[in-house]
Structure formats: structure tokens, C-alpha cells
Ligand binder design. Structure first.
Ligand code: NCC
Length: 338
């Protein structure tokens, strides 16, 4: 399906599911890292097994796309076995995503989920910067302004007063914030890099994903042995896996695939804007359906999100027309003064 052929409804569906999964993922991950029964699982193994599941699911999608086992075999031979250069190209985002995904575990082991969500929004301007630098796209001043406004708006929307949550582990907030800073940069860079590779050829999304997840498995496996090698050998790869941990791995896998579909049909900046809109809309729906109380910070954040979406979407010529009008007025003023 070509990007332009995907219906608006389908794009909306993917964005909403991606956003819902991301919200559930953050909370569930935090829960598994802090409410431990003593047998805390190795987070590096969770990141690794997620790559394996994403590879299997992408294989399934490619099977469906190609339609016959022979065609599937041909595609895999051409794009995976006989394309070491492409595999190498995709190993860049897979390495960066591996770092990012491990950082999420480190950050959520040391910071509250709400604090994490709010701070992580810095990825929006970081992604915009990567888009401008790596994809040679330009943003008008108004669009830059709206990107920062969105960042502030989403932070306010997700803001919750700090609660004294019961955690059974020692936390290091400085380490948590440092992990977020690394994750923010990784998310911006890897997202835009993957978008660039995906959109620069006709190669199928599922082929690109397979290429990326293959090196992803290798990289994250190295991460397992570098960080937890001895313990994993002693206690086992799946040590400490509870149904909740499996749920986190499931969300990470499905969420990752939805992210890739969203990037295919929109772009990384749009992903940020639409995810924000989905958060606002889902809260408004909860107000209408379940009588949820709206806080002042949510209302002001939602307003900022809406205004930023409007400003970002203004056609560029409109804004340049505005600035041209402004300059014309300035010149007239100067003439009058002279
Ligand atoms: O940070 P974010 O995404 O940009 O991270 C992208 C996640 O998607 C996976 N991915 C990306 C491209 C691709 N072709 N395949 C993939 O599997 C990457 O491995 C990485 O995990 C967001 O925009 O906020 C979003 O946030 C993540 C997640 O909440 C944060 O990274 C938290 O640490 C969401 N992931 C999940 O919910 C599992 C993502 O959907 C949206």
C-alpha cells in the first residue's frame, strides 16, 4: 500500500493504538521495575526478546504481503541474505534503538512514570532538529515555535502532582534523568534515520524491519552478556519473568511495529503531533464517557497542543505572506518616517 493510499481512518487507527500502547507500556514497565518480589528480571533480556518477537511478527506480515512461499523466499534471499550493505545500513538505527530501549528501563527504574513521560517529551524538538539536519527539510519559524509549544503542551497534559508511590527499590533520580537525555537523542536520531532509509526506496516496510531487527537481536544479545552475562548464565535468560514482564514485552513488540507503520504513513514530527492529539482526545473521551475530572494543567496543556497543531499545519506561504505583509508595513512606516 503506498503511503498516499492509506486511508485517513487507518492512519488515525495506527496512531491511536501506538499512543495507547506507549502509555500502557510506560506504566507497566515502571510497575515491573519497582514492585519486585525479590526476583527482579534482567531488563537487557526483555529488550532482546522484544527484538526476536518483532522479527517473527514482521516475517508473518511479509508472508502476508508477498502472498506465496516462493515469493517470500525470493524476497528474503534478495534483501536479507544477499544484501550485506543494506543490513549494515539498518544496523545503525538498531544499535541506537537498542541503547534507547535499555535507557527506558534504566530511567523507569529510577524515576516515576509521570516524570518520565513529561521529560521524555523533549524528544519532539530533538526529532524536529534531526529531521531538518538529516532529511534536508525546512521548518518555518512558526513551525519551530509550534514544536516547542507542543512539547510544553504535552508535558502539561501528562503532568500529575508527584505521588508518594511505594517502591521497593533504591532510586537514583540523577541517573534516571541522564538516561532520559540519552533516550531523547537516540529516539530523534534513530527515528529519522529509519524514516530516511524507508522512504528513499520502494523496499517494503516489513523487509526494512526484518533487516533492522536481525542486527537488533545481535546487538541486544551483546548487551545481555556485557551487562548481565554471569547472572544470566547462572540464573537463566528468563529469570524473574512474571506475567507482567511478559505483558511489557508484548506491549514493546506490538508498540514497536505500530511505530514503524506510523512512520511509514506519516513522518516522525507528525508522529509527535498526532500522539499528542490522541492523548488529548482520549482524555476528553474519558471525561464524556466516565465523568473524569479535568485538571487546570490538562486544560491549559490541551489548549497549547491544539494551538500548536493549528500553527504547525498553517501552509508555509501563509506564514511567509504574513511576514511579507509585516515587512511591507515596516517599509511603509520607514518611508513615512523618512
Ligand atoms: O520513543 P519512540 O516512540 O520514538 O521509540 C520508538 C520505539 O519503536 C521501536 N521501533 C521503531 C521503528 C521500527 N521500525 N521498529 C521499532 O520497533 C523502537 O525500538 C523503539 O522502541 C514515542 O514516540 O513516544 C514512542 O515511544 C515508545 C516508548 O513509549 C518510549 O520509547 C518509552 O521508552 C513507544 N513504544 C512502545 O510503546 C513500545 C512508541 O510506540 C512511541
Amino acid at each position: 500500500m503506498a503511503a498516499e493510499n492509506a486511508s485517513v481512518l487507518f492512519k488515525l487507527y495506527c496512531l491511536t493504538v501506538m499512543t495507547m500502547i506507549a502509555a500502557a507500556y510506560t506504566v507497566a514497565l515502571r510497575y515491573t521495575r519497582t514492585i519486585s518480589s525479590g526476583d527482579l528480571y534482567f531488563s537487557t533480556t526483555a529488550v532482546c526478546i522484544t527484538e526476536v518477537i518483532k522479527l517473527i511478527l514482521s516475517m508473518g506480515m511479509l508472508t502476508k504481503e508477498t502472498g506465496s512461499p516462493t515469493r517470500l523466499k525470493n524476497v528474503l534471499v534478495e534483501h536479507v541474505l544477499c544484501s550485506p550493505r543494506e543490513l549494515l545500513k539498518l544496523s545503525v538505527p538498531s544499535l541506537v534503538y537498542a541503547v534507547q530501549n535499555n535507557m527506558a528501563f534504566l530511567a523507569l527504574s529510577n524515576l516515576d512514570a509521570a516524570v518520565y513521560q513529561v521529560t521524555y517529551q523533549l524528544k519532539i524538538p530533538c526529532t524536529a532538529l534531526c529531521t531538518v539536519l538529516m532529511l534536508n527539510r525546512s521548518l518555518s519559524r512558526l513551525q519551530w515555535f509550534s514544536v516547542f509549544m507542543l512539547c510544553g503542551g504535552v508535558s502539561l497534559v501528562q503532568w500529575k502532582p508527584a505521588e508518594a508511590t511505594k517502591v521497593q527499590i533504591e532510586q537514583n533520580p540523577v541517573l534516571g534523568f541522564m538516561a532520559i537525555a540519552v533516550a531523547v537523542v537516540c529516539s530523534g536520531f534513530a527515528g529519522v534515520y529509519f524514516e530516511k532509509v524507508l522512504k528513499s526506496s520502494d523496499t517494503s516496510l516489513w523487509v526494512r524491519n526484518i533487516q533492522m531487527y536481525m542486527s537488533g537481536i545481535l546487538v541486544t544479545l551483546i548487551g545481555v552478556f556485557m551487562n548481565d552475562g554471569e547472572n544470566v548464565l547462572e540464573k537463566g535468560f528468563f529469570f524473574g519473568y512474571t506475567p507482567w514482564v511478559c505483558f511489557v514485552v508484548f506491549l514493546a513488540s506490538v508498540g514497536g511495529l505500530y511505530t514503524s507503520v506510523v512512520v511509514k504513513y506519516t513522518d516522525n514530527i507528525m508522529k509527535g503531533f498526532s500522539a499528542a492529539a490522541a492523548i488529548v482526545l482520549s482524555t476528553v473521551a474519558s471525561v464524556l464517557l466516565f465523568g473524569l475530572q479535568i485538571t487546570l494543567s490538562f486544560a491549559s496543556g490541551a489548549l497549547l497542543v491544539c494551538v500548536s497543531i493549528y500553527l504547525y499545519g498553517l501552509p508555509k506561504q501563509d506564514t511567509s505572506k504574513l511576514s511579507r505583509q509585516h515587512t511591507d508595513q515596516e517599509s511603509k512606516q520607514k518611508l513615512i518616517t523618512v
